[in-house]
Design a protein. Structure first.
Length: 476
RNA sequence: AGCGGGAUGGAGCAAUGGCAGCUCGUCUGGCUCAUAACCAGAAGGUUGUAGGUUCGAAUCCUACUCCCGCAACCA
């Protein structure tokens, strides 16, 4: 059955640091999907949500270090994300940008927590964790260096603290069933397998959903001495981002989520705590959790220590908005880890965009100058990419446009020599050019979701037979 | 230790039982409409190692080597 609406989300990004290439990758992919479905279903039937996650101990600490209030700090970083998504940067066309510090979000979260408490899904228990006395905070294994707090050089103590807990064990069987039956589809397959084996092999323990000594968070409505643990706060954005007020009997029309797009680092929580909350509330689960891989650089995780990071600003500067969008999406199969290096991206940029697409447009426009041609393309652009995009094969979709249209057109020009025909056989010349122009109209339409600006520029050039600027100047 | 992913011509990838293909790079030739771009042809691989199954293996099985990641409240 055909979906009549399409609701897609990115994770909301934690504002402990400025946006990086990974955030950009997820968001570009979501944007391409959203733009594609807007073409298919109409703008009003698509909702694309992104935003920022702004509470928690880590933020509180970072703000302190920066000598700012938490609110100032999160305002600043959140706006960095917004700027990066703007038209002059990555050109992300979201329908809403939610912030977990929005008043409406906070109210809705509190309402949900109260409901969960009333339903008996939340109880008072104890959270056990590694506590650093110097930081007055619980630490995660990942925060530690050689088992010691990096700030204080001391090993944290195993400590217990009063905390409210969300019942996980009792929903485990139901969750597993929903995942196995793909009522709650975790995809690609390998990630589903991961989660299924995880859920089969151990009993989920109840999770702590509050913190006692973190002030930068949403206070529990039934115990103001606790703030809400960030994950619980964050997950609910997928609902509050639609304007939901926290009443489970009054869900937004766009619900459920069609695609929760996430990176593999946050798969486990998204496939356990998030659905657990919804099951407790009696709300339908998202249809699909799509997990994509990470961006590696030279086969390794990007890290400052290794010095192999590639900044998104650097990419934008070098490749422009559409170049960056193209390169990230075509770097490898969506879902797998993709490996990028600046060197290879420059190569691909030159090969596909400058020498391929850009040069093709130049030569066709020059040849067509002074003549009139229409768009006589016979293919339906909405069908052309459909199968691929529905399968999330954005890289394959791009590859096929390159192969079937761009390379073929270049060959067609060489084979038919329109510059000669122009002098010797005008009828044939017009026929050849008409075919080229029509194919390029198709190219411009197919690129709409991927490279909206470029698509526009191509269309304009085809209509006016003039190219105002060189598309994708070759990088030396 | 365990779990997951991977190893294919110089580089990056494709091919899940049937002649090992694509892009980039290299070499040679062609073209001159175009962004020193475009087109054609060529060279280059005993598919990580060792065994096994099969008429047939990159693909299935076993063992091993190496690389990467994960190892629940890290957003």
């Amino acid at each position: 059955m055909e979906n009549k609406k399409f609701y897609i989300t990115t994770p909301i990004y934690y504002v402990n640091a400025k946006p990086h290439i990974g955030h950009a990758y997820t968001t570009i992919a979501a944007d391409v999907l959203a733009r594609f479905y807007r073409q298919q279903l109409g703008k009003e039937n698509v909702f694309f949500l992104t935003g920022t996650d702004e509470h928690g101990a880590k933020i509180q600490k970072k703000a302190e270090e920066a000598g700012k209030s938490p609110q100032e700090f999160v305002d600043e970083i959140s706006s960095e994300f917004k700027k990066l998504w703007a038209k002059d940067k990555l050109n992300i066309e979201y329908d809403n940008f939610i912030r977990t510090t929005d008043g409406t979000h906070i109210k809705a979260v509190q309402r949900v927590l109260q409901t969960l408490k009333d339903k008996g899904a939340i109880y008072k228990g104890e959270y056990e964790g590694l506590y650093c006395v110097g930081c007055e905070q619980f630490k995660n294994e990942d925060d530690l260096v050689n088992g010691k707090c990096p700030d204080h050089g001391t090993a944290p103590d195993l400590m217990k603290e009063e905390s409210y807990m969300l019942k996980m064990t009792e929903i485990q069987a139901e969750l597993l069933e929903k995942i196995e039956k793909e009522e709650f589809k975790v995809t690609p397959e390998k990630y589903k397998n991961k989660i299924v084996s995880f859920l089969k092999n151990q009993t989920l323990h109840d999770v702590s959903i509050s913190r006692k000594n973190v002030s930068w968070g949403i206070p529990l409505p039934f115990d103001e001495s606790h703030t809400t643990y960030v994950w619980v706060d964050a997950f609910l954005n997928y609902l509050t981002g639609l304007g939901w007020d926290g009443d489970e009997n009054n869900l937004p029309e766009m619900w459920p989520v069609d695609i929760n797009l996430i990176g593999k680092d946050i798969l486990r929580v998204h496939a356990t705590i998030w659905p657990a909350i919804l099951i407790h509330l009696g709300i339908k689960l998202p249809k699909i959790i799509f997990t994509h891989g990470h961006i590696l650089s030279d086969g390794k995780k990007m890290s400052k220590t290794l010095g192999n990071t590639i900044s998104i600003d650097e990419m934008l500067e070098k490749f422009g908005t559409d170049g960056t969008r193209y390169l990230l999406l075509s770097a490898g199969p969506f879902g797998e880890d993709i490996d990028v290096t600046m060197e290879r991206m420059v190569e691909k940029y030159n090969a596909d965009l400058a020498n391929g697409l850009g040069n093709l447009i130049s030569r066709v426009i020059k040849l067509a100058e002074g003549y009139e041609f229409e768009n006589k393309n016979e293919y339906d652009p909405l069908i052309w990419n459909k199968g691929f995009i529905e399968a999330f094969w954005m890289d394959k979709a791009l590859e096929r446009i390159s192969d079937h249209l761009i390379r073929k057109s270049n060959k067609y020009i060489t084979d038919n020599k329109p510059w000669e025909l122009k002098k010797t056989d005008e009828a044939k010349f017009k026929e050849v050019m008409q075919k080229l122009i029509s194919d390029l109209y198709l190219v411009s339409e197919l690129f709409i979701p991927f490279m909206p600006e470029t698509s526009e520029k191509i269309k304009k050039a085809l209509e006016t037979k003039k190219l105002d600027e060189v598309l994708f100047q070759r990088i030396k």
